[in-house]
Design a protein around this ligand. Structure first.
Ligand SMILES: [Fe+2]
Ligand SMILES: [Fe+2]
Length: 262
């Protein structure tokens, strides 16, 4: 039996600090063989009005020190001053179905304890413009691996419930799990699809809970009010950190359970 812990979009250094306090106990409780985390929102790069999300080497180092095996991303994978250089690290993947010349890699194999876990990161056109077909991208990656993985997980970054479900059903029985990310809102629909594919529409975020997707509400409220860029700085929200995470157990590449971690 192989156990995988997947942590949804970590928001801010406070999300990383929370995991430093919490993850050792979670790991002792669930005994994951692999830990994956979406880290596209760990950093905040301010440029006056607005700002951008993304990652920072020191925060990524803290996640790897904690035992995270692989970091996934999304529309913010390339944000900020480190957005081009961090992808030199093979422990970081970004969406696969973007331009061929985009920095980074869209899939990786983590080989631990005799188990080769293939991880594919995808993005929807609802999260980023101009992307290629996520379904074609998965077909291409599975063909490239040609069975040289023991389990396969997909982080599908997007807004649409229907699109996430359609992709999961398209590969039901061929991948071990499809985990939605990007909305930062945890959904309750953990399920095992026919053939042994674990699914959840959105894992949810690991970040401060009293704002909008982990961020202070003013920028977004004023943008909708003005229907123009508001000029407010991008800032993290306040409040207690909420944990968005699932644990999946699989055997022979087939998922047998998926549950939220609380
Ligand atoms: Fe995110
Ligand atoms: Fe996102």
């Amino acid at each position: 039996m192989t156990t995988i812990l997947f942590i949804g979009d970590i928001v801010g250094p406070m999300g990383v600090t929370y995991l430093e306090r919490r993850l050792p106990a979670l790991a002792a409780e669930h005994r994951p063989d692999f830990i994956l985390a979406n880290a596209e929102n760990t950093a905040l790069h301010s440029n006056g009005a607005g700002g951008s999300c993304g990652m920072r080497p020191d925060l990524l180092d803290r996640l790897f020190t904690l035992g995270v095996d692989l970091v996934t991303g999304g529309n913010h994978s390339w944000d900020g001053p480190h957005g081009r250089t961090i992808h030199a690290d093979p422990r970081i993947v970004r969406p696969l179905n973007v331009g061929r010349l985009a920095p980074g890699r869209g899939a990786a194999v983590v080989d631990k304890g005799g188990v080769r876990l293939g991880v594919i990161n995808l993005i929807s056109g609802t999260a980023m413009q101009g992307v290629d077909s996520p379904l074609d991208a998965v077909e291409g990656q599975l063909a490239a691996w040609d069975g040289a993985v023991d389990a396969t997980l997909v982080d599908f970054h997007g807004e649409s419930v229907m699109e996430k479900l359609a992709l999961a059903f398209a590969f039901a029985g061929r991948v071990t799990g499809v985990f939605g990310t990007h909305t930062h809102v945890p959904t309750l629909d953990t399920r095992i699809l026919p053939g042994g594919t674990a699914y959840v529409t959105d894992v949810g975020m690991t970040g401060p809970g009293e704002g909008i997707q982990g961020y202070a509400p003013e920028l977004f409220v004023n943008t909708f009010r003005l229907r123009l860029p508001s000029g407010d700085p991008l800032a993290f929200a306040s409040g207690a950190i909420e944990l968005g995470a699932v644990v999946v157990r699989c055997e022979g590449g087939r998922a047998v359970s998926i549950a939220r971690v609380v």
